[in-house]
Design a protein around this ligand. Structure first.
Ligand SMILES: NC(=O)C1=CN([C@@H]2O[C@H](COP(=O)(O)OP(=O)(O)OC[C@H]3O[C@@H](n4cnc5c(N)ncnc54)[C@H](O)[C@@H]3O)[C@@H](O)[C@H]2O)[C@@H](O)CC1
Ligand SMILES: Nc1ncnc2c1ncn2[C@@H]1O[C@H](COP(=O)(O)OP(=O)(O)OP(=O)(O)O)[C@@H](O)[C@H]1O
Ligand SMILES: [Mg+2]
Length: 369
């Protein structure tokens, strides 16, 4: 299905933006958009499947083979659903984060709140009991399910029944979600990993798109069958997570000279999945082609920015899916990072970036009046 400009209710905005010329390119609003562009990468991969017109044919690099720079803004503009009065709660996206344990409460919060700030209607978090109250206290906007358990809180003879009841509880909700994000702040407890593996299998059977990040990547690296041949899986590894995946799946070291070929080979070996390799430039592949997003965001590398990305990717990929399925009509995190850095400089933290998500999206795809 083609994502033609004419099909987009915001096409006039795109036209308008293209004609602002150099002044626009130099404007603070344009710079603010740059950060958001990075978070679009998986969406761009999806958009790329739908339309080669979402790729700029003029640019590229990669030591071996062409890599196209994704026109992330155009993709976002096309897939962002209009703020239509006839729409009801949930139609702009229901997202769930599977993550949050004794050590990590920030990561699932960042991912879940970013999904809301990008434009989803409902954002859930499935986490351990220890983490739930903490996460809830960060924000009343989130729906928090304190259902996961770690080994320390489960007796050996209870494991099977606890595992079944965790799965049963998640299954009750699963069908409602447009996308789940597995891993932010999940931790690596063995019992928890087993339970989450079961959740992933169920999500797959139910055809629920799944973004795998953080400790979810640790889980799948050691159980690659969890994502094998799953075209609804998007992996968002950082530099270390990517290294572990390459070592495990391709049985070799990361090769920067042939980055795009290696990424393609990794996708193909796993089969069907889309991988967004985060870094100085984000490289995205579905095993067929490779695109990149290299617009500059922020020089701050504080923890949590990958969580913003995974939550945002969940929303954009569900918008893209709706667009493709219904011919209705996704963008944005490097841009919010740029905005936040402009304001806070070296003291920029993840919460500052989240504050700018809305404005960044607004610059790309205005909500209208
Ligand atoms: N505020 C929070 O709660 C946050 C929690 N986070 C969570 O923390 C958990 C672990 O994520 P990480 O990305 O830290 O996990 P990793 O285990 O991949 O990395 C831990 C750190 O160790 C170092 N490291 C790892 N492998 C290395 C290697 N081969 N060579 C050199 N240095 C290496 C890096 O500095 C890295 O940041 C995840 O669940 C993640 O979601 C992060 O998202 C950051 C924010
Ligand atoms: N060197 C870089 N220059 C510019 N942007 C980067 C760079 N490295 C990563 N990014 C961007 O920062 C965001 C987070 O990537 P990062 O590699 O820090 O993820 P992460 O380690 O998973 O983060 P988290 O701390 O949330 O787990 C992504 O949007 C990525 O595109
Ligand atoms: Mg991470």
């Amino acid at each position: 299905m083609s994502l033609s400009m004419g099909a987009c209710p915001h096409a006039w905005q795109q036209h308008h933006l293209h004609h602002r010329g150099r002044m626009w390119a130099a404007s603070p609003a344009f710079r603010r958009q740059l950060f958001l562009l990075r978070s679009l990468a998986p969406t761009c991969a999806d958009g790329g499947r739908a339309s080669s017109s979402s790729l700029r044919p003029h640019l590229m690099y990669a030591a071996a083979g062409p890599v196209y720079e994704a026109d992330a803004e155009a993709v976002v503009r096309r897939i962002t659903p209009p703020l239509d009065r006839a729409r009801h709660k949930g139609q702009a996206g229901k997202i769930a984060i599977i993550g949050g344990c004794r050590e990590y409460t920030g990561a699932p919060y960042f991912a879940a709140i970013s999904a809301l700030r990008v434009g989803a209607d409902l954002s859930h978090v499935f986490c351990t009991k220890d983490a739930a109250t903490v996460i809830k206290s960060y924000s009343p906007e989130l729906i928090v399910h304190p259902i996961l358990e770690e080994s320390y809180s489960v007796r050996d003879d209870e494991r099977e029944s606890v595992s079944s009841s965790i799965l049963a509880e998640v299954i009750k909700w699963m069908e409602r979600f447009d996308c789940i994000v597995v891993g932010p702040g999940l931790g690596r407890d063995s019992f928890l990993m087993d339970c989450v593996g079961n959740i992933m299998r169920h999500a797959r059977q139910a055809n629920i798109p799944t973004v795998v990040d953080g400790d979810g990547l640790f889980l799948i690296t050691n159980n690659i069958g969890l994502v094998e041949d799953n075209s609804l899986a998007i992996l968002t590894p950082n530099v270390y997570e990517y290294k572990r995946l390459v070592q495990k799946v391709l049985n070799c070291e990361v090769n920067e000279e042939n980055a795009s070929e290696q990424l393609t080979a990794l996708c193909q070996k796993i089969g069907g999945v889309t991988i967004m390799r985060k870094g100085k430039a984000d490289l995205i592949s579905d095993g067929k082609k490779v695109t990149q997003v290299s617009t500059f965001g922020s020089p701050r590398r504080c923890g949590g920015q990958g969580d913003i990305l995974s939550g945002s990717v969940a929303v954009f990929s569900s918008w893209a899916r709706h667009f493709l399925l219904s011919n209705e009509q996704p963008k944005e995190t490097r841009k919010a990072a740029a905005l936040a850095f402009e304001k806070n400089k070296r003291s920029t933290v993840t919460t500052d970036i989240i504050e700018f998500l809305g404005q960044s999206l607004e610059d790309i795809c205005p909500a209208g009046r």
